[in-house]
Write a protein of this length. Structure first.
Lengths: 332, 360
């Protein structure tokens, strides 16, 4: 049996080579993905995914509509479900070899932050009632890495305590406050607290309290002001239940990925086509940590990529009303 | 602009002349429309043919009666601006005709996507004794009307397009202080197929595929006790016949093939026709050339109609005996989907009634 962990996280093997191997594994074992490829681009099956830009990206909604797995006969180690009400159709991510996810999230975090030197406080209102939340699982794993016991989930609806902050400072650790975007705003509103100047706030982009609508720039501005931090200390994480790796934006709006994850921006009218830098399109992801579900995904998010391979998330793909009479100033 | 009877008589005369096959202006407009790729010749022919068969003196009188318009309760003296969409050939014709019948002065912004057809009719109207150049004005550019205030403005829009349209109206000062807006928002229709007689199947295919499915009367959802799999082969034959006579004018974007491949991946029932996709469930409305099929009964049809509310134009049924409680207003015969009577009510509103409601 293949040791996928060594394949995915190998620093020696080129990304393309790993992709090719995992593509072959997927086509052989993931029935949904194989049927999708056969219908969309049968020739790619013969070429074995040599040109990774041509590898078909499965729409992420497939996690809602079908069982996405390369191990259909085995019970998954974990089940992650996207958040939503019980009436909503939710994505279900069946995770086999959960240790790959754990390695991905911990190593991924370490690629951006000094995990050994930080204390993580997680604030996640709205997620607490989802026992299958991948975000909660991820934060718990990061918290578990801290042997000092200072890292923890913050109690909901309680303001930050200055004494606890001072304690983290006294120990010479860096405080990382990690949470759903609007939950963090709620925390600000609960009581103004100045975080140490080296603290970092990471927002996950979640809108779980459904109270407000604002741009990411405005959100960062408010968080910086609320926590008394420089704007560069407000970071973002890009992740979802369907992905087992995360991307981070370290100050500003541009996300970078970990080495086993690559993002491309796709033409919404023809998702097999990659759009040039600075053009908006759908965010496509190759996440090798998804080896047993599906690593080749087309998200429902829009974004742009710069010449350096960083990407920005612009929002949800929301095509304009297509049918029927509709007087459009620009077209009619 | 005379009394209602006079307007009807004059318009019937105009229409009879306009729709004659030796009217070189209309024939030339049809030819250019097809040649320059705006619509297929077959779709234009169908649109013109539908007007020909639905308009008569009797039909116009019935429309007037239905609307409640009277000589002392019409839109005489009003200035009405019609912003015509161009998704189908002559899609704005009913609004133009209603405005003229109402006695109002007509200002029309003709769509750049259907630039030739409607002007040939309007130009004929301007030649009559009843309507002068001042009473009937049209252009392809909205800013040509800058500074002309209107008492009523009619257009079809959506949540995303209405703000832009209203902004442009303000920018060009096209609205009088107490302007009234008639904004249509319905985008598609639903068919309840309770039986599968040949005529019903043909009507269903016409309702889905005519104009490439782009009209608000085009059926985008079918509810039927039969599954798509059960009817797939039969449907394919009817579609083939329809396309032989009416080749689809526009090609879908490659993302439609993506959806087909996705459906294959998740094993969703579908009928893939390369230029069009019918699929069971998965209602997303995120692309053209797609019709959704739901297996269910009349209750399902009603529930779906309720769910889509104002987005839904009509609920088509195979025969008048089909009962769908609470849906009588939206219920129409499937065979009329693409050939509505001239008096049909977009979004359930009789345009003539609405125009006549203007306070004098």
């Amino acid at each position: 049996m293949e040791n996928w962990s060594t394949v995915i996280f190998s620093a020696e093997r080129p990304f393309e080579e790993k992709v090719q191997q995992i593509f072959e594994y997927q086509v052989e074992n993931n029935l949904v993905y194989r049927r999708f490829c056969e219908a969309l681009a049968p020739d790619i099956l013969n070429s074995g995914g040599k040109d990774i830009s041509r590898i078909p990206l499965l729409p992420v909604k497939a996690f809602k509509d079908a069982e996405i797995t390369a191990k259909p006969d085995e019970q998954p180690d974990r089940l992650f479900k996207s958040s939503g009400t019980s009436e909503m159709q939710r994505s279900i991510h069946r995770v086999h070899e959960a240790r790959i996810y754990e390695q991905s999230l911990v190593e991924g975090f370490k690629a951006f932050y000094n995990l050994d030197q930080c204390v993580i406080w997680a604030y996640t209102p709205g997620y607490a009632d989802n026992p299958h939340s991948s975000l909660i699982y991820m934060l718990q794993k990061l918290i578990d890495q801290d042997e000092s016991g200072k890292s923890r989930f913050l109690p909901l609806a309680n303001p930050l305590e200055s004494s606890a902050i001072e304690e983290v400072e006294r120990e010479g650790k860096q405080l990382i406050l990690f949470g759903a975007a609007f939950g963090l705003l709620d925390l600000v509103e609960l009581g103004a607290v100045r975080l140490p100047s080296n603290a970092i706030v990471i927002e996950t982009g979640g809108m779980k309290t459904h109270r407000r609508e604002m741009s990411r720039r405005e959100l960062h501005r408010r968080l910086a002001r609320g926590f008394g931090l420089d704007g560069s200390r407000i970071h973002s994480e890009y992740g979802m239940a369907e992905l087992l790796s995360q991307a981070y934006a370290i100050g500003g709006n541009w996300f970078r990925t970990v080495p086993w994850m690559k993002v491309s921006i796709r033409n919404p009218e023809d998702p097999s086509e990659t759009v040039p830098p600075n053009n908006e399109g759908l965010i496509g992801v190759i996440d090798l940590a998804n080896v047993h579900s599906c690593p080749f995904l087309l998200t429902g998010d829009t974004g742009v990529m710069d010449e350096r391979g960083r990407f920005e998330v612009r929002g949800r793909w929301n095509p304009k009303d297509l049918r029927g009479c509709n007087f459009l100033i620009d077209e009619d | 602009m005379g009394h209602i009877r006079e307007r009807i008589d004059t318009l019937i005369e105009v229409l009879n002349h306009w729709l004659r096959s030796d009217n070189d202006y209309l024939m030339d407009a049809i030819d250019r429309t097809a040649r320059e790729g705006y619509f297929s010749f077959e779709d234009v022919k169908h649109a013109v043919g539908t007007l020909k068969s639905s308009i008569s003196r009797k039909a116009l009188h019935e429309w007037i009666d239905q609307s409640g318009m009277r000589d002392d309760q019409d839109a005489t003296g009003q200035n009405v601006l019609c912003l015509h969409a161009g998704n189908l050939p002559l899609v704005g014709f009913q609004d133009a005709l209603a405005t003229l019948l109402s006695g109002a002065r007509y200002t029309g912004k003709i769509s750049r996507k259907d630039p030739y057809l409607l002007p040939t009719f309007l130009n004929e109207v301007k030649k009559t004794r009843l309507w002068t150049d001042r009473d009937v004005q049209w252009t392809h550019r909205l800013d040509d009307f800058e500074g002309m205030p209107h008492d009523a403005i009619v257009f079809a829009g959506s949540e995303s397009s209405v703000p832009d349209v209203k902004k442009a109206i303000g920018q060009y000062q096209l609205a009088a202080g107490d302007v009234r807006f008639l904004i249509r928002t319905a985008h598609f229709s639903l068919a309840y197929l309770d039986r599968k007689r040949a005529a019903d199947m043909q009507a269903l295919v016409e309702s889905i595929f005519r104009y490439g499915g782009k009209g608000c009367r085009s059926v985008a959802i079918v509810v039927s006790p039969f599954s798509l799999d059960e009817l797939k082969d039969e449907l394919r034959n009817y579609i083939k016949d329809f396309w032989l006579d009416n080749p689809q004018h526009q090609c879908p974007r490659p993302k439609l093939r993506y959806q087909y491949a996705y459906n294959r991946g998740i094993e969703r029932s579908q009928l893939w026709l390369k230029y069009f996709l019918l699929q069971e469930g998965g209602l997303e409305f995120d692309q053209d050339f797609t019709c959704y099929w739901l297996q269910g009964d009349g209750t399902t049809a009603r529930e779906i109609a309720d769910q889509y509310g104002p987005q839904l134009q009509s609920l088509f049924v195979t025969h008048p005996g089909v009962r769908l409680a609470g849906m009588e207003q939206k219920k129409e015969l499937l065979s009329n989907a693409q050939q509505p009577p001239i008096s049909w009510k977009p979004d359930g509103v009789d345009t003539l009634t609405w125009l006549a409601e203007a306070e004098k």
